[in-house]
Design a protein around this ligand. Structure first.
Ligand code: ADP
Ligand code: MG
Length: 590
């Protein structure tokens, strides 16, 4: 007896809906995408109770005639593609003809639509996939879809919905995505009859970001220079170094106008930021990536949330470069703030009198103490407390600032053209050491110092393998390691900046901290990670007293760095408080 049967259309739709429509936010996504594809200039979204009881999307797009309005509720009915070849070059957000029948099969559904030229529109009511009413209706040209009691006929699905607040947040996130992706469309969003946002249509992404996310965030974004990078165009805005979030919630990435989630792009952003991003944090981006439609397959995910690139490495490279260039070009802006007219005479400090912070007893620091470490690490740096001719040449007059003092033995206070600057002396020194060591490593490898007694270190088999694979890199980093029997290594030399450490522990540290990164990182990256870790221990600390000349050198060196405004762990090194901000705080300016 044959047992195979065709499912009824309604049931088939409900099964299909399981993939496309996970929650109210999926409904909003699909409906808004349809409105965008229909050429809407204005889209209004209204929800009640997290979209579970009611969703309404209204647009002023091209609308549909009666036949199309009926047909669009059939599965696989679409106006957007006709042939397989169209699929390869799809330029619309939708293309499967699945969303409307899916939504209509799991809700009480109402569609009203009217084309501009026609006198009457069409109204269609469907419940749980069953067509109930077709009649004249539809007032303004465009389309309105109402979705009530989502999943009312699929109790199992309904149970999986989260709280109304959570579902609302998801919907709002969806709308944010669509609004960022389409600044040229006006959006309004109402929740339980209250207006959440109303965004006017605009030509510029900048305006849209301001309207949606506020001017404070906008001020901390960098515009990606629209350079042609191979066949991939990257543009939009990314957060300055130090601007990050604990989740991907503000990591907006669009590929050919489609908001997507992409591990490839996520990794590329992280790599682009590299030391400008704190561990465990995610960058803030409003990034649009455009490439030939044939270079990207959009038909890989039920909710069209992911795409597949034909050349993922090319895309990755373009994004990494775009991010890196933007962060580096920001340096010029920072430096401008130190190039303006020099601040007047230092306040509170009379000529001939040493600056207050330098006259503390701890000012007398023996050579080799923390004060000495404030300068670049130089193997032959025999600076004493007497100013050497070398010292007298400092400061180089390229940057203009006035040091006011050091707060809490940690924050350097200074004045520049813009106003007040606070510098974290530890973070600043980390950045300087990091770039210095990286430069050396790139140029010549790191010089290494022989240990008085070579150390023999035994390792676990997996660690031993890791060392074997990375011997060349370790050598380049000044770690003289040699194989010395099975799973055993002889450590003969170390880079000078590590000479104080316990070699065996150091080797284990290097392995532990870099093992996970090593598969994806280039050999130099490996070195960078290690340097970033080590400089932390060797940089001047909070509580280390610095002499005036040392503070000055520290600031000069910092301003000469490639990424002066954050330490190698992505924390800020400097905070600028402008005179304008101070005036506001003191109520001198509104
Ligand atoms: P797809 O978007 O993949 O084509 P849908 O089921 O979402 O599939 O929509 C089916 C068809 O209905 C669309 O191809 C389009 O022609 C029409 N349609 C849907 N929504 C609208 C709308 N808001 N305005 C005009 N036409 C629409
Ligand atoms: Mg669609």
């Amino acid at each position: 007896m044959s047992r195979v049967r065709l499912l009824s259309d309604t049931l088939a739709s409900q099964v299909a809906a399981g993939e496309v429509i996970e929650r109210p936010a999926s409904v909003v996504k699909e409906l808004v995408e349809n409105s965008i594809d229909a050429g809407a200039r204005s889209i209004e979204v209204l929800i009640r109770r997290g979209g579970i009881s009611f969703i309404r999307v209204t647009d002023d797009g091209i609308g549909m005639d009666r036949d199309d309005a009926l047909l669009c509720l059939e599965r696989h009915a679409t106006s957007k593609i006709r042939t397989a070849a169209d699929l390869a070059t799809v330029g619309t957000l939708g293309f499967r003809g699945e969303a409307l029948p899916s939504i209509a099969s799991v809700s009480r559904f109402r569609l009203t639509t009217r084309e501009k030229e026609s006198i009457a529109g069409t109204e269609i009511l469907v419940a749980g996939g069953k067509l109930e009413t077709v009649r004249d209706g539809g007032e303004a040209p465009g389309t309105q879809v109402e979705v009530r009691s989502l999943f009312y006929n699929l109790p199992a699905r309904r149970k999986f919905l989260r709280s109304e607040n959570t579902e609302t947040r998801q919907i709002e996130h969806q709308l944010n995505l669509q609004a960022i992706g389409h600044p040229e469309i006006a959006f309004s969003f109402l929740r339980d009859e209250r207006l959440v946002f109303q965004l006017p249509a605009t030509k510029s992404l900048r305006d849209r970001i301001r309207d949606l996310a506020g001017s404070e965030l906008l001020a901390r974004l960098l515009e990606v220079e629209p350079a042609a990078r191979g066949r991939v165009r990257v543009n939009g805005f990314i957060g300055q170094a130090g601007v990050s979030r604990a989740s991907r919630a503000q990591q907006y990435v669009f590929v050919n106008g489609r908001a997507i989630e992409s591990p490839v792009l996520g990794a590329a952003l992280k790599e682009g930021y590299h030391t400008a991003l704190m561990k465990g944090q995610f960058p803030v981006t409003f990034l649009s990536i455009e490439l030939d439609p044939t270079e990207v397959d959009v038909n890989v995910h039920p909710a069209k949330r992911e795409v597949r690139f034909r050349d993922p490495n090319g895309v990755r490279e373009s994004v990494v470069t775009a991010v890196r260039h933007s962060l580096e070009s920001d340096r010029a802006t920072w430096q401008e703030q130190f190039r303006g007219p020099p601040p007047v005479d230092p306040p509170f400090i009379r000529p001939g009198e040493p600056p207050a912070f330098a006259s503390q007893p701890a000012f007398a620091i023996e050579p080799g103490g923390p004060a000495r470490r404030a300068s670049h690490i130089e193997p032959n740096d025999h600076r004493s407390d007497e100013p050497s001719p070398n010292d007298r040449r400092l400061p180089v007059p390229a940057h203009r600032f006035q040091i006011l003092g050091v707060l809490n033995k940690l924050y350097v206070l200074m004045e520049n053209a813009e106003g007040l600057v606070l510098v974290d002396q530890h973070a600043a020194h980390e950045r300087i050491l990091f770039e210095e060591l990286r430069r050396r490593m790139e140029e010549q490898g790191v010089p290494s110092q022989r240990l008085l007694l070579p150390q023999v270190v035994s390792l676990a088999p997996r660690d031993a393998e890791w060392i074997e694979r990375n011997l060349a890199t370790l050598q380049k980093m000044g770690l003289g390691v040699e194989e010395f029997g099975r799973h055993t290594f002889k450590l003969e030399s170390l880079p000078p900046f590590l000479s104080g450490s316990d070699p065996a522990r150091l080797l284990q540290d290097v392995i532990d901290s870099l093992k996970s990164a090593s598969q994806s990182s280039s050999p130099l990256r490996l070195g960078e990670d290690m340097i970033a870790k080590t400089v932390c221990r060797h940089a001047v600390k909070a509580n280390d007293f610095l002499r005036h000349a040392e503070v000055e050198k520290l600031i000069h060196d910092l301003l000469d760095c490639e990424l002066p405004y954050c330490c190698p762990h992505g924390r800020p090194t400097m905070i600028q408080i402008s005179l304008g901000e101070l005036e506001k705080k003191f109520g001198r300016k509104v």
